[in-house]
Ligand binder design. Sequence first.
Ligand code: HEC
Length: 197
Amino acid sequence: MTSKAWTWVAVLLMIAALAVPSLFAMDKNSGTPEGIPPRIVADYLRAVIMAHRHFYTIHIVNRLQKEGIVDASENWQATHSLPLPVQLLKETSEIAELTGPDVRYYLISQWPINKANAPANEFERMALKEVQMNPNRPYSSTTGGGERRLFETVYADVAVTTACVQCHNSHPNSPKSDFKVGDVMGGLVISFPLSNQ
Ligand code: HEC
């Protein structure tokens, strides 16, 4: 590369650094980067959300159902049963949204039992296609500007146990009845604002 080309590379790198100050800002005292990239923040959130979902599924819902103490059902409020794991996620996200800095998380699928969980926009449709093809690679986007900048990312939601597959395949409202363990059944969407104003 010529020296002129290197100058251009340096200029472009500087513009990129100015465009994402949070990634490059340094804490003067410790010399460590101040901002954590949004994808890493989403990974942290996902780890906590999934840990709660798995604990609730295995140690509360499965145990109580097996011992015949109580049923889990989507009409849990009307039938005095336990909320399903997906509802634990939905309800806690609503509480987080009310009390916290606009963090949201929910499940979507191109084969939803509940039509309200179908992809709601082009980003979600595209994300479901991408995580279907590459389950280990979350699909992310940043929308809006200024104080309204929002980071959204979708992780593959995989059928980790036969319970996922059995319940969805046999559910009367499920448009798909041949899920197998290991299949991507949908996606976990996590979104949060990039501005702390
Ligand atoms: C006992 C039944 C049951 C089990 C077990 C279950 N689900 Fe579901 N799941 C449902 C129901 C019912 C809904 C729709 C709830 C609603 O939003 O009203 C749902 C919703 C979902 C959705 C959102 C799209 C949709 O279908 O509406 C995804 C994705 C999903 N489940 C994945 C999973 C995965 C992965 C597992 C296993 C880790 C699992 N589910 C276990 C019953 C179940």
